[in-house]
Design a protein around this ligand. Structure first.
Ligand code: PMP
Length: 366
């Protein structure tokens, strides 16, 4: 049996094994971490082999689906709760209230269970049933509400704020999301790539709240003296790509992606949007093909925002030239969306099934 070592100075453990190339290597993370929150972050960078080999570039994904709550938003959730604690907005036994498209809520629900807070989540009723079910299983009080624009007082963000105002010892409208990425995701990516020949050429990802893109961009620009390019990847229906590239906000169409795309420049993004070098628009057909390609060729089971990010990272790498190295975010797994993304019927209803090459259609088994 393998033996867990408690320190990074332990000797490698390499008994004869039929699993050639698989062996225990001492690693600092083999030290126990402090509960759920201690396991957030320090995710690996995965080389997307099929695309790196195809392009002669290095397409790397930060494996955020390996966070203990299963998504990049575990980092934000922890940042929000720490901010609420550190600024005295919440005391033991209090309630965390948030308006979120889902993954922040799931992260918050986990952190609340781990830290003994109550959790109340408002979300647009367009989100997948899997996410709503999971939130309820984690003990959160969930309110799916009609998906209306931010300017409408019934928008989920405003309903969450009003709910918190009705309670004692409750916090809402948190800061700490972008900070979590400035202090963890960004520096991790820099440390994981700076020693590689040529270092990191560029970073690209999509935005929902903008916390990830703004935070990582701020950190990478600071750490590299502005050398690393930072780009936005945008789905249909979002106004940011046209805003960044042409200075006008053009909407147009909708998207199957969840958790990304924006009708406005969020507060998180406003602080760093000028640092961005450009933006790429990624159609849903490319995204859906990439979900199935990553499964087929790389063994990765990812959600739509991740697939969009990977399409964008590949395009950017090709644009920046052979030998470039581009990092993106692998936001979460497909588990939260599989009743849609792997349903032939659902894909047909979105006119996307026919966009899949024939050899990939066999994966749509639901
Ligand atoms: N992908 C998924 C699946 C998400 O839930 C989110 C969060 N809304 C994002 C990407 C975008 O992250 P951020 O909010 O940091 O922009």
């Amino acid at each position: 049996a393998n033996v867990l070592r408690s320190s990074s100075t332990a000797a490698p453990y390499n008994p004869p094994s039929p699993y050639s190339g698989v062996s225990f290597q001492p690693h600092p993370h083999s030290l126990p971490v402090d509960g759920f929150v201690g396991a957030v972050g320090n995710t690996p960078l995965i080389r997307i082999n099929s695309l790196s080999d195809e392009t002669g570039c290095e397409v790397l994904g930060k494996a955020e689906f390996m966070n203990p709550g299963g998504s990049v938003k575990d980092r934000a959730a922890l940042g929000l709760v720490k901010w609420a604690e550190n600024t005295g907005r919440i005391k033991p036994g209090g309630t965390i209230v948030e308006g979120t498209a889902g993954n922040t809520g799931i992260g918050l629900a986990h952190v609340c269970r781990a830290k003994g807070y109550k959790c109340v989540i408002y979300m647009p009723n367009t989100q997948s049933q899997e996410k709503i079910d999971l939130l309820r299983m984690l003990g959160a009080e969930v309110y799916p509400v009609p998906a209306v624009a931010f300017e409408n007082p019934e928008n989920y963000n405003h309903q969450a704020r009003r709910h918190a105002e009705r309670l004692d010892n409750a916090a809402c409208n948190f800061e700490g999301n972008r900070a979590a990425h400035i202090h963890t995701t960004g520096p991790e990516i820099y440390a994981q790539t700076e020693h590689l020949p040529g270092g990191l050429t560029a970073f690209i990802c999509a935005t929902g709240t903008g916390g990830t893109l703004a935070g990582v961009t701020r950190a990478l620009k600071d750490l590299s003296g502005g050398k690393i390019q930072c780009w936005l990847a945008d789905p249909p229906g979002s106004v940011l790509e046209s805003f960044i590239n042409r200075g006008v906000m053009e909407r147009g169409g909708g998207s199957i992606t969840e958790g990304i795309g924006q009708g406005r420049v969020t507060d998180n993004l406003a602080q760093d949007i000028k640092l961005l070098d450009g933006a790429l628009h990624i159609p849903d057909a490319d995204t859906i093909r990439m979900i199935y390609h990553l499964l087929d060729k790389d063994g990765l089971y990812v959600g739509a925002s991740t697939a969009l990010n990977v399409v964008a990272a590949k395009q950017l790498a090709v644009k920046l030239g052979k030998g470039s190295r581009v990092v993106t975010i692998l936001c979460d797994g497909a588990y939260r969306y599989q009743s849609r993304l792997f349903s032939k019927k659902w894909l047909e209803s979105k006119n996307l099934y026919q966009e899949l090459p024939e050899h990939l259609q066999k994966y749509a088994v639901l």
